[in-house]
Design a protein around this ligand. Structure first.
Ligand SMILES: [Zn+2]
Length: 752
């Protein structure tokens, strides 16, 4: 064997040992969770599992801090191979003369090694090992990377580790925004971190900082003026609390992805505004024991979340329910889904915006909803049903559209918490019978807004742009809901499509608002589900919504998607496609589809006598004297309620005394209550007497006399208002009503 090979054999193990002596990953301690915005603003941070403020390292070391730390700790850092022989020589002399370890002579590279071996003893053999490992680290990493490892893992006093956490902890700013004085103060800390504590150490810290500043000036890094100004800067006071501006968002990210650095799309300025708005309403709501609130704002243009307020955490000590993130929490929808039904029906050509919807008492399988006002309007245009959020017409609309079909639409629009079948929800689906989340509500309106703002090439929602436009138009009108008590006027000074919702028992107050650029959603209530009187969408959620919208940059309204719409002539009064005889016709823009509602059937051609007092026909009146005219006629029950609110509505004149056939006018009687087939539960008074049932009918002729029969027994007669009190026994009954002309109606009902 040659001498050369022998040398190789002897050296090889040492080479291998050297190559593998340094662990792949030097630092393994748990990180703090941090939440930052794209521009580097820290929104929140959590202490790590090791009890430290230890942030995920940034990409680079800030320039000022790099210059400070090199000048202070290791002036030959950029040139030495990990070991600085000049300073070692000095250290050995000092240590030998004092017989103890007083001077480290550690390079920054060696200190990185030392920081990565926190449990190693402070001894001369360890020191030698650190030196060897340091040279190995120099082979592996660039100088910049080594400096970054140092800056990210050095101690900065207390439980603060790394320059990023230190900058936020002591100065409330990111490390790359620190001044020379601030950078210099942080540069002297790792070697004597205890100096940060208040007391006499502070003077020593100031001295060291200024010493470093002088050094920087001497090296020409800063000029004399900069140096003097920097020395005038005071040291920071006690450590600042870490920001916590989006508590629930950070907690949600941590729960899903663990503790690390998260970057989000939140707009820090808007988030501050939203936090302040929530706080300003909280004290008022808290007085009524309404303690929780969620706010979510997303950008129409990017689809990103720009403000996320999960709950009222921290606004009062020990606040109940504030730990629950209300953004993803399932809650009863109230009326918030009604506009989606309106849009869907427009899309299928089932309605036009002004189509009259029946608003009279409704009962189906003993489901009998009422409007918030507990009144009925007889007939209401569909867009007004949405504007005023009327319950009974909405139920009739859903009945027509179909619960399974509407469920399918909602699921397509992202309401993943609406996951039961149609039988489970029934028609109450439209009145808050299903649970949604603030996130899904905002998401659904956002997808609509994005489709409308977009070019029509790609679609996020299953609804057409035309229907979305018409829906937003209906939701942006000024006069508003009846669903909610005591109407309040809101004005943000800009156009907003908005909807409120209130769940049964005043448990949930919702509002959602759409501008051209943002969609904002608000939920107010108690996360434990406790209802409080007076909690409605209008009273509790809409004021918050309008403050949030006011805080947003103003924007123009959407442009009408004319490529997706066509003009159509509709009857002014019924909102249906105009018939040949409709007297007043409007041109409205409607979705460009072939399906349409039938043409107006409410306008009828009628024949009157010359004085226009009676309906006549050829059997009772000379044809040549007849006046032919067009009359707007609603079916009896609709008419009965409609007349009360529409003073211009004139019912048909009575028929002529000699008129013998009313057949062409249909049945003039309608029984309003009870509806056919319902079960009535009667109550007893304190004396044990049955309270009875008030039955009600409507007749087209206001002068008509009606005769009532219960189970073929005469029960009474009525004139004008056809209300009659009956006291039926428990069991099944037949109720019959007749007029003097021979017309009649009958219903069956059951009494319990
Ligand atoms: Zn008409």
């Amino acid at each position: 064997m040659s001498k050369f090979k022998k040398i190789i054999l002897i050296i090889a193990p040492f080479v291998l040992l050297y190559l593998f002596c340094l662990p792949r990953q030097l630092f393994r301690q748990p990180l703090s969770a941090t939440l930052s915005t794209g521009d580097g603003t820290l929104l929140g941070a959590r202490i790590s599992d090791a009890g430290q403020w230890y942030f995920e390292p940034a990409a680079t070391v800030p320039d000022k801090f790099a210059k400070c730390i090199v000048a202070y700790e290791d002036k030959r850092f950029w040139w030495h191979p990990g070991i600085d022989f000049l300073s070692i020589g000095r250290a050995i002399r000092q240590n030998l003369s004092r017989r103890e370890v007083v001077s480290g002579a550690s390079t920054i590279t060696m200190q990185v090694i030392r920081l990565s071996r926190p449990d190693a003893p402070r001894s001369i053999p360890e020191k030698l090992l650190e030196a060897v490992l340091a040279t190995r680290l120099e082979l592996r990493c660039s100088k910049k990377k080594i400096l970054l490892l140092y800056a990210s893992n050095a101690p900065f006093g207390g439980n603060v580790v790394g320059i990023e956490a230190a900058a936020w902890r002591y100065f409330g700013r990111p490390a790359d925004e620190l001044s020379w004085a601030e950078s210099a103060m942080l540069a002297v800390l790792p070697n004597s971190p205890a100096l940060i504590h208040p007391g006499r150490a502070r003077a020593r810290l100031l001295e060291k900082r200024n010493f470093l500043l002088d050094k920087l000036q001497a090296k020409g890094v800063i000029d004399e003026v900069e140096c003097e100004l920097a020395k005038d800067e005071p040291l920071p006071d006690k450590p600042l609390p870490m920001p916590d501006k989006a508590y629930h968002l950070l907690e949600r990210l941590r729960a899903a992805g663990g503790d690390k650095a998260y970057v989000c799309s939140i707009d820090p300025v808007l988030q501050d505004r939203v936090n302040a708005i929530a706080k300003s309403y909280f004290s008022e709501y808290h007085n009524n024991l309404v303690d929780n609130m969620g706010i979510l704002v997303r950008s129409v243009q990017t689809g990103e979340t720009v403000a996320y307020y999960g709950n009222t955490k921290g606004l009062a000590p020990g606040l109940r329910g504030a730990d629950v993130d209300m953004v993803p929490a399932p809650r009863s929808s109230g009326s918030t889904l009604k506009p989606l039904l309106y849009a869907a029906m427009l899309d299928k050509g089932m309605i036009l915006p002004g189509t009259l919807i029946k608003d009279t008492p409704y009962n189906y399988n003993n489901f009998s909803p009422h409007n918030f006002s507990r009144e009925f309007d007889g007939a209401v245009p569909a867009d007004e049903v949405i504007e005023r959020s009327l319950n009974v017409p909405s139920v009739r609309m859903l009945e027509r559209y179909g619960v399974p079909e509407f469920l399918e639409l909602l699921q397509k629009m992202g309401f993943s918490t609406i996951n039961r079948d149609a039988d489970h929800y029934g028609l109450s689906l439209i009145l808050g019978g299903a649970e949604i989340t603030l996130e899904s509500l905002v998401g659904a309106y956002l997808s609509m807004a994005r489709d409308l703002a977009g070019d029509g090439e790609t679609a996020e929602s299953p609804l057409s742009r035309a229907s979305i436009w018409l829906t937003f138009e209906a939701l942006s009108k000024a006069g508003r809901p009846e669903e909610e008590s005591s109407w309040r006027e809101f004005s943000s000074g800009r156009k907003v499509a908005w909807k409120t919702g209130t769940s049964w028992g005043s448990r949930d107050a919702w509002s959602v608002g759409v501008t051209r650029d943002y969609v904002a959603g608000i939920w107010v209530g108690n996360s434990d589900g406790e209802g409080r009187s007076g909690v409605t969408g209008v009273q509790y959620a809409a004021p918050v919504l309008f403050d949030v919208i006011t805080a947003l940059p103003s924007s123009h309204w959407f442009s009408k998607p004319v490529d997706n719409m066509v003009p159509l002539e509709v009857c002014h009064r019924s909102g249906l496609p105009a018939s040949r005889i409709c007297p007043q016709v409007d041109t409205v823009w409607v979705p460009d589809i072939t399906e349409r509602p039938d043409e107006c059937k409410y306008h009828r051609l009628v024949h009157l006598d010359a004085e226009r007092n009676y309906l006549v026909n050829s059997s009772c009146y000379p044809v040549e004297k007849m006046v032919e005219t067009v009359w707007f006629v609603l079916p009896p029950a609709m008419e009965w309620y409609y007349m009360k609110n529409h003073l211009d509505y004139r019912p048909l004149p009575p028929k002529h005394p000699d008129f013998d056939a009313f057949s062409d006018q249909g049945n003039p009687i309608e029984i309003i209550y009870p509806q056919n087939g319902i079960t009535i539960v009667t109550t007893r008074s304190l004396s044990g007497k049955e309270q009875g049932v008030v039955v009600r009918a409507a007749h087209r002729d206001p002068t008509a006399v009606l005769f009532w029969h219960l189970d073929d027994e005469f029960a009474g007669q009525t004139v004008g208002e056809h209300d009659l009190l009956l006291r039926p026994e428990p069991g099944r009954h037949l109720l019959t009503v007749m007029d003097t002309g021979g017309a009649s109606r009958a219903v069956t009902f059951t009494v319990k």
